[in-house]
Write a protein that binds this ligand. Structure first.
Ligand code: IMP
Ligand code: MG
Length: 177
């Protein structure tokens, strides 16, 4: 395992994202929707530096079984409790890979007629895109690597790591059984 993006660099980027979001959402109270589980640390750190009144909500979409390759069929495993009709909704994603999860979430939320709907992702892997996705705010573009830490997992492991790390083949071999 090696560190790709250290915790301090993540926090600097969150400050920049917060500055932009503060500007774009001034005078509103957006509903920030966190996609579970991967974006939970991103949500927690971002809203603390946002200096903007927000409400939060959670939705859970599963597209990965186990392993490092998406099933390609996102499904909603936890429905929204909040009424998003007429709200300014900002979706927080941990990472956009094929784009299928983000596209699925967008279509699902648009059916509930929010006033506005934007997507903010911490990480983006543009080289992996299979369906086109409009990303309104992005923390980091990264190459085609499987990353863990800072909320992101491999088989539910490593979410607690403060840095974003690259999982290498030797880690997978060592952890398999
Ligand atoms: P997509 O639907 O292929 O864009 O995948 C999006 C979801 O897959 C993300 O929200 C993550 O939960 C997961 N994912 C994609 N790439 C990675 C990775 O490198 N590490 C951990 N999870 C990933
Ligand atoms: Mg995941």
């Amino acid at each position: 395992m090696r560190v790709l993006i250290p915790h301090a660099t993540i926090q600097e980027t969150l400050q920049e994202l917060a500055r932009t979001l503060r500007h774009d959402y001034q005078g509103t109270t957006p509903l920030v929707l966190c996609t579970l589980k991967g974006a939970c640390l991103f949500l927690a750190d971002l809203i603390r530096v946002l200096a903007l009144p927000v409400e939060i909500g959670f939705l859970r979409v599963a597209s990965y079984g186990s392993g490092t390759v998406s099933s390609g069929h996102p499904t909603l495993v936890q429905e929204l409790h909040e009424d998003i009709r007429g709200r300014d909704v900002l979706v927080l994603e941990d990472i956009i890979d094929s784009g299928r999860t983000a596209q699925f979430v967008r279509q699902h939320l648009l059916a509930h007629v929010p006033a506005s709907l934007r997507l903010c992702t911490l990480l983006n892997k543009p080289s992996r895109r299979e369906v086109s996705v409009v990303i309104d705010y992005c923390g980091f573009n990264i190459p085609d690597l499987f990353v863990v830490g800072y909320g992101m997992d491999w088989n539910e492991r490593y979410r607690h790591l403060p840095d974003i790390c690259v999982l290498e083949d030797s880690d997978l071999a060592g952890a398999s059984q």
